[in-house]
Design a protein around this ligand. Structure first.
Ligand code: HEM
Length: 415
């Protein structure tokens, strides 16, 4: 279906039905039909509505009004004052937004303090690996999620990747802190502000001629898009840690999932779409994430910026973690096909080194293997692998540097 007839069809037939049809018509872009059962969700039940036709109704309307009435800067000023979960919201926020935020900041009944404490232990023990997987599994994967790559590239943040990386890292930092969801923590603040930022993007991006020309949806960041990105985070991270044979007790693995289920909820994802177990998460990811991965010109450019992370992360530049090493790491983590899409050159030395020495490196760090018994090459590259872990840690820590305030955008990327 060409762009014009699709727009006509959307106008005539109602968004929901048309998006369903779009899924059939352009499976490479829109993904397979949604058949994942809400029985596997944290809600345990639901209407099973296709999340490609569901956004964030109330937040979207309120934020669109703020942008249209020219109050974005004033609202952002008030939002900046809200930094701790338990802190009262500014009385100067528009009343409707404030009422919405009061509801949005409340934790769901299924939040489990005990699991969150275990998640803290896990984050402390595994922080180094989490940094690398957030950066080079999740971050790089986001560049081959076409809708995300286009949205990021053509939104305001696309013009300043360093700022965007730091703001996104804030979420990775906050979720790993010991009081993430408690009154003194900041994760709820970060999620609710991100929810508002996303609502702003939904209003603004459709006005971008650049985005509209290439997008395969009328409004970005549907609930389905949100779940796709969510899977690029915890689901992909856990799959990689398992592949690397990092020993993780079941209760820690379940607790890590729990902290991310709460994140999904606080970002405004409906409970009927949030998987209730890793098995359900894996099955949903296989349906919604894996089949939609594809290259886009925007994603290729974003990936190239990410490969320069060694020079742009605050605390850097890291002398040894060069672009070729990060390219090889990306190829190792995401595979040859995706590396090819991202035009990442082959690095005969480093590609082979990751294949033979990364898993033994983890085993040595875990005390499961002695360095003498590991492949000889590991002794030569141990410093580089260690530096990669440091880069990941710095990336996440950069999100803890104040002041970072996630904002409602007021414009798109002008380029
Ligand atoms: C903004 C996280 C899903 C596109 C943000 C921010 C965070 C974040 C922390 C604030 C950082 C900033 O303002 O730069 C997440 C998480 C998601 C998710 C955890 C899912 C679990 C998505 C999806 C899309 C998307 C599905 C697009 C398809 C954007 C855009 C911005 C943004 C365009 C705004 C950048 C700007 O201000 O210009 N997101 N996001 N996000 N996100 Fe998301």
């Amino acid at each position: 279906m060409d762009e014009l007839s699709r727009r006509k069809m959307l106008a005539a037939g109602g968004t929901l039905g048309a998006l369903g049809a779009l899924g059939v018509a352009t499976p490479a872009h829109a993904g397979a039909l949604w058949t994942w059962s809400p029985k596997g969700s944290v809600a345990g039940a639901g209407k099973g509505a296709d999340p490609r036709g569901v956004w964030d109704e109330e937040a979207d309307r309120i934020v669109a009004d703020i942008i249209e009435s020219g109050h974005t800067a004033a609202v952002n000023r008030e939002l900046r004052k809200w930094t701790k979960n338990g802190q009262p919201l500014s009385g100067a926020l528009p009343a409707e937004l404030r009422r919405f935020m009061e509801r949005a900041r409340r934790m769901p009944s299924w939040a489990d303090e005990g699991k969150l404490d275990t998640a803290t232990d896990f984050n402390e023990k595994r922080g180094l690996y989490l940094g690398v997987t957030y950066g080079f599994a999740s971050g790089m994967m986001s560049t081959v999620i076409p809708r995300e790559a286009r949205a990021v590239y053509y939104s305001k943040g696309g013009a300043d990747m360093r700022d965007r990386i730091t703001k996104t890292a804030k979420l990775g930092y906050d979720i790993g802190t010991s009081n993430a969801y408690r009154d003194e923590g900041e994760m709820i603040v970060t999620c609710v502000k991100t929810r508002l930022a996303h609502a702003g993007v939904r209003h603004l991006l459709p006005q971008s001629p650049h985005w509209s020309k290439v997008a395969d949806e009328e409004i970005p960041i549907s609930q389905a898009d949100m779940m796709v990105t969510w899977h690029s985070l915890p689901t992909t991270v856990m799959q990689n840690l398992k592949k690397w044979k990092v020993p993780i007790p079941d209760d820690e693995s379940a607790a890590f999932l729990h902290s991310w289920q709460l994140c999904a909820y606080m970002l405004g994802i409906k409970e009927e779409y949030i998987p209730n177990s890793w098995a359900e998460a894996d099955s949903q990811a296989a349906q919604v994430l894996t089949p939609i991965l594809a290259p886009t010109p925007e994603g290729v450019k974003l990936a190239d910026m990410l490969l320069n992370l060694g020079t742009i992360v605050p605390g850097g530049p890291l002398r040894y973690v060069t672009k070729p090493i990060l390219g090889a790491l990306t190829r190792y983590v995401l595979g040859d096909e995706i590396a090819g899409w991202l035009k990442i050159p082959r690095e005969p030395f480093w590609d082979a080194v990751f294949d033979t020495a990364w898993e033994p490196f983890i085993a040595v760090r875990e005390g499961l293997l002695s360095l003498e018994d590991a492949p000889g090459v590991l002794q030569k590259v141990y410093w580089a692998f260690d530096e990669i872990l440091r880069l990941g840690a710095l990336l996440v820590l950069s999100g803890g540097d104040l002041p970072i305030s996630i904002q409602i955008p007021d414009a798109n990327n002008p380029d």
